[in-house]
Structures are given as C-alpha cells and as structure tokens.
Design a binder for this molecule. Structure first.
Ligand code: ADP
Ligand code: MG
Length: 311
C-alpha cells in the first residue's frame, strides 16, 4: 500500500474548516470531543452498507459516498435532530486512489451542505464495508419518536414515493421512459433534514422510509399500539411511477419499495393547520390495529411486508 492509514485520512477525509461550534476536537487524537449545548440532547445513529448487499459492486463511488452519509442523516431527520458531526469507519479491500477521491468527494460535499463535521473514524482492510455514525442535536424531550402516534392523527409523507424503487427496477433491467430521475432518487437520496426540524412541536410521531412505506409506517403502528388506514389514491406518485404501475399493474410497489428516504409522520388534527402545504396527507391513525389500504373506495387489510434483512 502506497498510502499509510494516516496519510490516507489526511489526504481524503480532512475538511478544510470546522463547521459547527460543538466540535471541540476532530480527527487526529484517540477520541473526538463534542460539547452539547444546554437544553439539548445528542441524537446518535449508525448505519452500515456492505458491497453486494446494500450497493452494487459497480456503484459510482461519488454517489456511494453521498448515499452512505444521506442514509445516516435521514435517521437524524426522522427524529427532528440537527446534524452536527459524523464518524466514518471504512473497510477497504485495497487502496484505490481514484475510488477514494470520488467517494470522499461525494461524502464531504453532502457533509458541507448540512454543515456536518467529519470528526473521526477507522480504516481497516477487508471486504468493502462502509459504516457511518452520525450525531445531531435535538431540544430536550422534543425528539420525534415512533411510539407516540395517536388515534385520529393524520398521516403525511414528504416528497414522492416509489421513485427510488423504480430506480432499482431500472438497474435490474426495467425499461422506463425517463430513467434518469428514478436512478437519481435511488443513487443520491436527499435526507429530509429541513422537514424534520420543521416537524418539531407539530408531529406526534415520525420515521424515515428506508425499507418501504408499509413496513416503516408499520413500526410506528406497532410501537404506538395503533392501526392505520392509508388512502392509496392520495399517495404522491411521479409520472414515472404512475407509468410503471399502468404498465405492470404493480400498484403495491410504492408501498413496499425502499430507499426513498422521505419522512412519514403523524400529526394531530388540531396541529394539521400549522403544517406546510408541501406535505401530502395519505391516511389516518386508527385505534384498530393493523394496516388497511383504501383504493378506489374499497378498504382491505395490507399484509405485504417490506424488505427483510434476514430472510
Ligand atoms: P487509533 O489507532 O487510536 O484508533 P487511528 O490510527 O485508527 O487511531 O486513527 C487516527 C485518527 O484518524 C483518529 O482520530 C480517527 O478517528 C481518525 N480516522 C481514522 N480513520 C478515519 C476515517 N476513515 N475517516 C475519518 N477519520 C478517521
Ligand atoms: Mg483505529
């Protein structure tokens, strides 16, 4: 290996400035040091991406760097946390400079966009595995949880559903009229940080959609001991997804496809008036357990599960 671990970190993963005042000490010592302002809690999350499981072996490294950070920032967004800093643990099969240049470019560009400091990590040799730990600030006792949805709440989502799923189908050979948009949604998701911050003090419960709407909303339902009815006809779908559905008849896809990284959240009916009109109301939290789908006026139970990691 031409580059030592430390020169690799210095060359590819050092930002030229500190982005936020919580970072007391960044890369270089045995630990980083973070200060947490009075009245806030630290929200902490981690996500790993493994080659051939979470991404294709031929994935564009710049997009991969973006996506690795985006999926972690998305978890902060779903709690209503403001991102502060991240740690990056890389397991690399070899030192491929071009790969590292592109990967760190995608990663650090998104970090800069949200004023996130890369404050440390680990670099080891082995099968390509990428892990991020992300930290954010949330006002004490205000974090948006999964366990606090209430019967009568309206259910909303940010953005559009199913485009990342369509992007995956395009990668697998589906011939779609406008593949670029779907591929972009699959490869370069936007973490909904701004939405998460806006929802503090408004939403009752929130989750980010990584495994599919039905499955992720299912976590809110289980943890809150409630059920829901989703109005399929209200789902925000792009023309690409609508074309895909009329082409294939697969209307389930926007309910089960993962990787959208939009937020799904519930809001009491009295708070609904305070909500920005850019979000789409897609259903209602009910006392009766389980998930139901209303489509063209017919309500049926929805049993289909999203992505499962161990089956
Ligand atoms: P140690 O052996 O004490 O764990 P390392 O030699 O692994 O320290 O790391 C030296 C410094 O570089 C530490 O501050 C660590 O957090 C940081 N670091 C290591 N790998 C990465 C990486 N991939 N990205 C960012 N920082 C890293
Ligand atoms: Mg180490």
């Amino acid at each position: 290996m031409a580059l030592t671990e430390f020169s690799l970190i210095k060359r590819f993963f050092t930002q030229n400035k500190v982005n936020n005042t919580s970072t007391q000490l960044g890369i270089g010592d045995d630990c980083a040091l973070l200060s947490i302002p009075e009245g806030y809690e630290l929200a902490v999350t981690t996500d790993t991406m493994v080659e051939n499981i979470h991404f294709f072996a031929d994935a564009d490294p710049e997009q991969l760097g973006h996506k690795l950070l985006a999926v972690n920032l998305s978890d902060l967004a779903s709690m209503g946390a403001k991102p502060l800093s991240v740690m990056l643990a890389l397991t690399l099969p070899n030192i491929d400079e071009n790969w590292l240049i592109a990967f760190s470019k995608g990663f650090l560009a998104l970090a800069e966009q949200y004023s996130v400091d890369l404050i440390g990590g680990d670099t080891t040799s082995g099968p390509l595995t990428l892990t991020v730990q992300a930290m954010g600030l949330v006002p004490k006792n205000k974090a948006l949880l999964r366990c606090t949805a209430k019967p009568g709440d309206f259910i909303y989502v940010t953005g559009l559903l199913g485009d990342a799923g369509l992007g995956l189908k395009v990668k697998q050979g589906y011939d779609c009229k406008c593949p670029q948009l779907a591929l972009k949604r699959f490869n370069k998701p936007d973490p909904q940080i701004v939405a998460g911050l806006e929802l503090l003090d408004i939403a009752n419960a929130c989750i980010d959609i990584s495994d599919g709407l039905a499955s992720d909303l299912g976590h809110i339902l289980e943890q809150s001991n409630v059920g829901a009815c989703l109005d399929w006809d209200a789902l925000p779908l792009s023309n690409g997804v609508l074309d895909y559905i009329s082409d294939t008849g697969d209307w389930i896809m926007p309910l089960t496809a993962g990787d959208d990284y939009e937020l799904c959240f519930t809001v009491s009916q009295e708070n609904a008036a305070r909500l920005s009109s850019k979000y789409t109301k897609i259903g209602l939290i009910e006392e009766k357990q389980g998930l139901r789908i209303s489509k063209a006026g017919i309500i049926s139970p929805f049993l289909n599960k999203g992505y499962e990691h161990f089956t």
